[in-house]
Design a binder for this molecule. Structure first.
Ligand code: NAD
Length: 496
């Protein structure tokens, strides 16, 4: 009981909300899918949590010809559509919508910019969310200064995709750098805003238990899986020019790998953390062809094939990729990281799994079997952690060993408050207002990630390689299983 109470006191701290300073947040693309699905529902939740002070205002800026009333109506409908019923409160929604206004702006023209300039206040934090395609970043950044909309210390937030190769990423960085300093640029990777991802750092650097074992001497290998049940859906045209490598590996999975593999930063601060992540990316070995499996889903169970979904019968784009990645540094030499991501797989599941080595010598006889500890960090569903430890199977009849979970699902350990994990966007937007860049990607990190990714993509493009077909509802092509079998290992099952 005492233990339970203590943990719950901890839970109260988890849900404590620190209000941010008053702000003007302008959302370019404020009528678009991302704004309606993620940004505005996220802001509403922060409003309900009491984190948006009186002086906090949100200005939608997009092409549509709307007034404040029309915009509030549109956002009200988006909240109805994208928030669960339990999160919707008529009174709170009304009060939140009153914080919103709208200015029609042409990103590449002159319309709306002077009005936007007039609407900005002097004495509050200024943030501009570029929720538009990257081709508009330059035009918007330029006009923010030309029309004196942005003050010198304003912050800008940009979305993925941040380039499609090293060259385009460098161009984008240069475009933004022409108008804003690096400390003003917030490149969002929403995976970094996930509670469990931050918990990975808390577990590694807040305990003495794990860090001494977190290296090639004790870790056999690491698996990172981001599996989706859905296909490409309405994003087919975009996805077919991108594929799993550009869409998932270069950004989200690379970030997860970096946080798992990095050295302890000196402080939990933006540049200290990002310096360590960058060192990991730079230590990645080039990946040989034999260490990559690409797949593309076929048709089955009433679902269309990938080629039909993207309306391109000859598509050579991968909807699945599995690869073995080796890190050439003292900590990880000899311990592979296996990455796997794909669409139309058995379940929606994301996890980082650290497989520790078996004990150097077993004192038990062969019947006891072979056992090793496993730490699984789940990003979805049910954010939490699960550590498998080996114990004696209860009962008489000799020493039989069994692996049991020490389950740390947040909701079980910390009480129901903790089950309501804030969406990644909520946390990240508030970090922008606070001026905390720790969970955002720095320009050199993005470029280093592309520098590693480019030759891999170039390899299969030069060979005009076709991805292997796989059946929907499984774990991808059989060759992906072989990638681990070959090394005497196996993937964790994709399951919820
Ligand atoms: P969208 O097409 O739904 O919306 C685009 C928005 O930009 C609209 O509000 C439109 O009015 C505005 N716009 C377009 N041209 C304009 C112009 N010339 N002047 C002013 N406004 C203009 O796109 P989206 O899905 O919201 O995506 C926005 C960005 O976020 C894209 O770069 C996308 O890749 C990225 N992104 C989207 C998602 C998502 O879930 N939708 C997820 C991650 C990243």
């Amino acid at each position: 009981m005492r233990h339970q109470r203590k943990v719950r006191e901890g839970a109260a701290m988890v849900s404590r909300v620190i209000p941010v300073d008053p702000f003007d947040l302008v959302i370019f693309g404020g009528t678009g899918d991302l704004a309606r699905r993620k940004i505005l529902p996220g802001l509403y939740r922060r409003f309900v949590a009491g984190q948006m002070p009186e002086g906090a205002r949100v200005i939608g800026a997009a092409r549509s010809d709307l007034d404040d009333r029309g915009y509030r109506e549109m956002v009200g409908e988006a909240l109805d559509e994208f928030l669960p019923k339990s999160a919707r409160d008529t009174k709170a929604m009304k009060a939140f919508l009153e914080r919103l206004s709208y200015i029609a702006v042409d990103a590449t023209g002159v319309d709306g910019w002077r009005d936007l300039g007039k609407a900005m206040r002097e004495d509050v934090v200024q943030a501009f969310y570029f929720s538009v395609g990257p081709s508009l970043f330059g035009a918007i950044a330029e006009r923010l200064h030309k029309y004196k909309v942005a003050r010198p210390e304003a912050r800008i937030v940009v979305e993925k995709p941040f380039g499609r190769d090293l060259k385009s990423a460098k161009e984008l960085n240069a475009t933004l750098a022409a108008h804003f300093d690096e400390h003003q640029i917030y490149r969002i990777d929403h995976y970094l805003g996930k509670e469990t991802v931050q918990n990975l750092m808390a577990v590694r650097f807040g305990n003495t238990l794990f860090e001494p074992l977190w290296n090639a001497k004790y870790v056999d290998h690491v698996q990172i899986t981001v599996a989706e049940e859905v296909g490409v859906g309405g994003r087919g045209a975009y996805y077919d020019t991108s594929g799993a490598m550009r869409d998932m590996v270069q950004n989200h999975m690379m970030q997860l790998l970096c946080l798992t593999a990095m050295e302890p930063p000196t402080r939990f601060e933006a540049d200290a953390v990002r310096d360590e992540k960058l060192k990991v990316i730079r230590a990645l070995d080039p990946v040989e062809r034999s260490n990559i499996v690409r797949g593309q889903y076929g048709a089955a169970n009433g679902h269309a094939s990938y080629a039909d979904d993207v309306d391109n019968p000859d598509s050579r784009t991968e909807s699945f990729i599995a690869m073995r990645v080796d890190i050439s540094n003292w900590r990880w030499k000899g311990t592979p990281f296996y990455l796997r991501t794909g669409k139309r797989l058995k379940a929606r599941m994301s996890e980082i799994v650290v497989h520790f080595k078996e004990t150097p010598h077993s004192i038990f006889d062969e019947d006891a079997g072979r056992h090793a500890n496993v730490l699984a960090i789940r990003l979805q569903p049910d954010e939490g952690m699960d550590l498998r430890v080996t114990i004696k199977e209860p009962g008489p009849g000799g020493m039989r060993l069994v692996d049991v979970p020490l389950d740390m699902t947040f909701a079980d350990a910390l009480g129901p408050e903790a089950a309501e994990v804030p969406d990644a966007y909520e946390r990240l937007i508030m970090d922008v207002i606070r001026g905390n860049q720790t969970l955002f990607m720095r320009g050199d990190e993005v470029e280093a990630a592309w520098a590693w990714t480019d030759p891999i993509i170039q390899g299969w493009t030069d060979r005009a390689e076709r991805p292997l077909p796989y059946d929907p509802g499984g774990a991808g092509p059989a060759d992906a299983l072989m990638l681990l079998h070959r090394d005497g290992r196996r993937w964790r099952e994709i399951a919820v």
